[in-house]
Design a protein around this ligand. Structure first.
Ligand code: AMP
Ligand code: TRP
Length: 333
């Protein structure tokens, strides 16, 4: 079946191995299936829901675009663009915010986590962030949205908004309720310092994550220092259930080597972690270093990156403008 794919990544600093395994690697696989039509967006409007420095933001937009291309996204096969260049996203977001209900947004766990204790001081944008995300997806009639597990609740909200719009305006199937595409195994890559915490851009410790632009030495050092336990690598998956750090490292190896966890366990069973970590570090370097050097190469040619984004915005704009026009007509504008 042919799928229409939409996904987005925020341009907020270094992309890491969690973004790569949980999202971008998947984007590339989907793009390379010729049945699919894929749109990948650098969601800069989402980024400003928390404070950004203008100069840094501009740099991060280019960096995220470079990371997309360096990881294997092809701007000839897929549409690659940044959200703020297509005004239909902001417009759609306003209209859909009149469809979404306060009660739905109040249940969003990511807002609670990001706003922390001082909710009164969070931006209104952070609160309505999932509505903008729904607009992103619904403007393109996306059928499938590849994301990490943390975005599942936002996708359910997008489905609720689509269904309510169709019902309110008696326009069944006009907005398409999208399906999430979430990796079954290792949908969440965890911090190298704490197997209970997600690997994240915002973790104050750089040792907690592998950035896509880390050098070989940094990767070796981070994996060497990654937290493990004192037991050797077990014989089967069940014996990993209370060993989150071991599970995470074995999972990263499996994902990057495109093999099921049990194969990795068979390969290393009974061995100690120092031997495994050495193999893991080499594998991560093999997979990540080419991406890292390609990112750096691409960043030297800002004009090229800007041209990719301009062309992408033009193609995305055509689709989104048409949908917004239809939405306005249905509403009675
Ligand atoms: P963000 O960096 O929050 O904009 O996330 C971009 C994409 O990467 C989203 O699809 C996230 O679900 C995914 N992602 C972020 N962190 C992780 C992680 N630690 N493990 C797996 N996926 C992740
Ligand atoms: N909220 C997503 C994240 O933080 C990014 C995002 C914005 C997105 N719009 C989207 C993902 C549309 C998928 C589809 O990861």
């Amino acid at each position: 079946m042919s799928k229409k794919i939409f996904s987005g990544v925020q341009p907020t600093g270094n992309l890491h191995l969690g973004n790569y395994i949980g999202a971008i690697k998947n984007f590339v696989n989907l793009q390379n299936d010729s049945n699919n039509f894929c749109i990948y967006c650098v969601v800069d409007l989402h980024a400003i829901t928390v404070k950004q420095t203008p100069k840094e933001l501009k740099k991060n937009i280019r960096e995220t675009t470079a990371a997309f291309i360096a990881s294997g996204l092809d701007f000839k096969k897929s549409i690659i663009f940044n959200q703020s260049m297509v005004s239909a996203h902001s417009e759609g977001s306003w209209i859909l915010s009149c469809v979404a209900r306060m009660g739905w947004l109040n249940r969003m766990t990511q807002f609670k986590e990001k706003a922390g204790k001082d909710k009164e001081k969070a931006s209104v944008g952070l609160y309505i962030y999932p509505i903008l995300m729904a607009a992103d997806i619904l403007l393109y009639d996306a059928t499938h949205v590849p994301v990490g597990e943390d975005q599942k609740q936002h996708l359910e909200l997008a489905r609720d908004i689509a269904n309510k719009f169709n019902l309110d305006f008696d326009s069944s199937n006009f907005l398409i309720a999208p399906e999430p595409l979430i990796q079954k195994n290792f949908a969440r890559i965890m911090s190298l310092k704490d197997g209970q915490k997600k690997m994240s851009k915002s973790d104050p410790s750089d040792l907690s994550r592998i950035n896509l632009n880390d050098t070989k030495d940094q990767i070796f050092n981070k994996i060497k220092k990654a937290k493990t336990d004192t037991m050797p690598i077990p014989e089967n998956e069940n014996q990993l259930s209370n060993r989150p750090e071991a599970q995470n490292l074995l999972g990263i190896y499996s994902c990057l080597n495109d093999q099921p966890l049990f194969e990795t366990i068979n390969e290393f069973s009974g061995k100690n972690f120092s031997e495994f970590k050495d193999k893991l570090a080499n594998l991560v370097v093999d997979k990540i270093s080419p991406i890292s050097s390609e990112i750096n190469k691409l960043l030297k040619d800002e004009n090229f990156i800007d041209k990719v984004l301009n062309d992408g915005a033009e193609r995305a704009g055509e689709i989104a403008e048409k949908k917004i026009k239809d939405i306005k007509k249905i509403i009675g504008f």
